[in-house]
Design a protein around this ligand. Structure first.
Ligand SMILES: Nc1ncnc2c1ncn2[C@@H]1O[C@H](COP(=O)(O)OP(=O)(O)O)[C@@H](O)[C@H]1O
Ligand SMILES: [Mg+2]
Length: 395
């Protein structure tokens, strides 16, 4: 009766789905030893009491910034366990865009039972001081995608955290790691920059083909039946993602290929299972074409990308609703219907999207179908997120 469920859990291909999740933290970050050493070097004195470090990590989407910080915090806590008690808190500022919200999360990491409502910034900072003093630990605070916080609430919290020791006995109670796609040091106020130090910037590049291949291999080994894949598949996936250098893309392509092959009832991953569109990406869309767009057209395109990640086509009505959501996220007022239509034509003119008009029903209704045949929407979205703030003249 439930024959149709036979393929689920059969283990023909997928043995463990966890390593194919974006949030999975692998035992080892592959191929980034130099960058890991650079980060470690900035924390060279951290084993000593009273010392701390502040670092800004920047790099394009999918270059491993989040993983770099997560593995560093995990490893340093373990490495120094007999010398200095270190704790870390990783906050994604996309989900916590106000100073109070971020401060609350920090305090609650140290004291899960801490009240989560109605406290002012001053009260939260006092709690933080008290908690840090009482458990004598060093706290590494990672503010990931920090541009969201800076854009919405400025750098006040960061300033307060940097001077948390100034009015008390101890020193070096907190280290800060800020992560952003763009260089954020230059938008911080001088008082913050001078405490951060100019040398503490760690820029990381996107991945090249070899780097992507190594990550694909790591995930295939960790999650798939060894009989189900071969080197050719890994190479195809790495080649497909190479134009963007985005590690997330290889994981997504591998995941998609597994899904595709399993739903076909196959026990071997074949090239045809790798998302076909990906095979045609190599640089059909030049790197700088997005620079032709100003802020709002970019937001329209970002909305389009988000929808087209999940479906092949969308209508112009979908475009408007996705654009409205994006505007809310970036806290700008959406432009009018006619203007959005004009932007759509500009984007089409740059060959980033294709539009096809279909006549429906009795011939009077017309629907525009929008697709993106020459690029991976996910890749384009990542590239937009990296530059749209500048285009909007914000930050
Ligand atoms: N060097 C690496 N080794 C293993 N996995 C990696 C590596 N770099 C990135 N990844 C994986 O790729 C995905 C994207 O990396 P992430 O750190 O989220 O990028 P970013 O924060 O720069 O956008 C994550 O799932 C991450 O685990
Ligand atoms: Mg990240």
């Amino acid at each position: 009766m439930s024959d149709y469920l036979d393929r689920i859990g059969s283990g023909l291909i997928l043995l463990d789905p966890a390593p194919l999740d974006f949030d999975f933290i692998p035992e080892k970050m592959v191929g980034r030893e130099d960058i890991q050493s650079n980060l470690a070097a900035k924390f060279h004195s951290i084993s000593h009491p009273n010392s701390s470090a502040n670092v800004v990590i920047t790099g394009p989407v999918g270059s491993g910034k989040t993983l770099l910080a997560r593995t560093f915090c995990r490893d340093i806590e373990h490495h120094l366990r007999n010398k200095r008690q270190i704790r870390s808190v990783h906050i994604n500022c996309r989900n916590a865009t106000t100073n109070v919200r971020v401060a609350q999360r920090i305090v609650q990491t140290l004291d899960a039972g801490h009240p989560d409502r109605g406290l002012s910034m001053g009260e939260l900072l006092n709690s933080l001081r008290r908690l840090l003093r009482s458990n004598e630990r060093h706290l590494i605070i990672v503010l990931d995608e920090v541009d969201h916080l800076l854009r919405k609430s400025g750098n006040d919290l960061i300033y307060q955290l940097l001077r948390i020791d100034e009015d008390q006995e101890g020193t070096g109670t907190i280290s800060l790691i800020l992560i952003s796609q763009e260089q954020v040091l230059d938008v911080l106020e001088n008082a913050v920059i001078s405490r951060f130090g100019h040398t503490n910037h760690l820029p990381i590049p996107s991945y090249d083909y070899e780097g992507l291949l190594a990550i694909t291999r790591q995930r295939a080994e960790a999650s798939l039946n060894p009989q189900s894949w071969n080197e050719e598949i890994l190479k195809l996936i790495a080649t497909s993602a190479a134009p963007s250098g985005d590690a997330r893309q290889v994981i997504e392509l591998l995941n998609g290929a597994v899904e595709h092959a399993e739903s076909d009832g196959r026990s071997l991953l074949e090239p045809e299972h790798v998302q076909t569109r990906a095979k045609s990406i190599p640089q059909v869309m030049p790197e700088d074409v997005l620079d032709e767009l100003t802020g709002h057209p970019m937001l329209v395109l970002l909305g389009i990308c988000r929808r087209l990640r999940k479906t092949e086509f969308m209508t112009s009505k979908d475009v408007e609703s996705m654009y409205a959501v994006v505007c809310e996220e970036y806290e700008v007022k959406p432009r009018s219907h006619t203007t959005v239509w004009k932007y759509l034509k500009i984007i089409e003119g740059l060959s980033i999207i294709d539009t096809r008009v279909d006549t429906v029903g009795d011939g009077r209704g017309r629907t525009t179908h929008i697709s993106m045949p020459h690029a991976l929407p996910m890749d384009v979205a990542g590239r937009i997120e990296g530059r749209v703030i500048k285009k909007l003249n914000r930050l």
